[in-house]
Design a protein around this ligand. Structure first.
Ligand SMILES: [Zn+2]
Length: 128
């Protein structure tokens, strides 16, 4: 496996400089005849990467989105440089958390409209 890994490495597309941060990113062909800019030399466990952002390498060196569910705990994947780029904003990686944050934003807004309860320290119930 080591040798074929090495051979594939030699045939790889050159690294490209990110226009936002200047760091290298790897231009890799996808199985649907497109290209994706990946973070070089990084293969985190797939379950640590949000769904829809897990790229796995197929035998011919191209990459495909990994859409197996549930995720194989030992599966590693590649990630797009944009997720690791210090100069670009992170997109909506976890849609349900984004929904929760919006809902909490509305809750917090409603709470601000309600006058706070007066302090009630002296009317604590007697113990015993
Ligand atoms: Zn960048």
């Amino acid at each position: 496996m080591g040798n074929s890994e090495e051979a594939r490495r030699i045939g790889r597309e050159p690294l490209f400089k990110c226009v936002y941060c200047g760091l290298p990113q790897e231009r890799v062909p996808t199985t649907d005849h497109d290209w994706v800019m990946l973070e070089p030399d990084m293969r985190p466990l797939a379950h640590l990467v949000p769904a829809g952002h897990r790229w796995i390498e197929v035998s011919d060196g191209r990459v495909a989105l990994y859409e197996v569910c549930p995720v194989d705990g030992a599966q590693r994947c590649r990630i797009e440089h944009v997720l690791a780029c210090p100069a670009q904003k992170l997109g909506n990686l976890w849609p349900w958390l984004t929904t929760l944050r919006k809902e909490n934003g509305r809750r917090a807004e409603r709470q601000r409209d309600v006058p706070p309860l007066p302090p009630d320290d002296e009317q604590l119930p007697d113990v015993g």
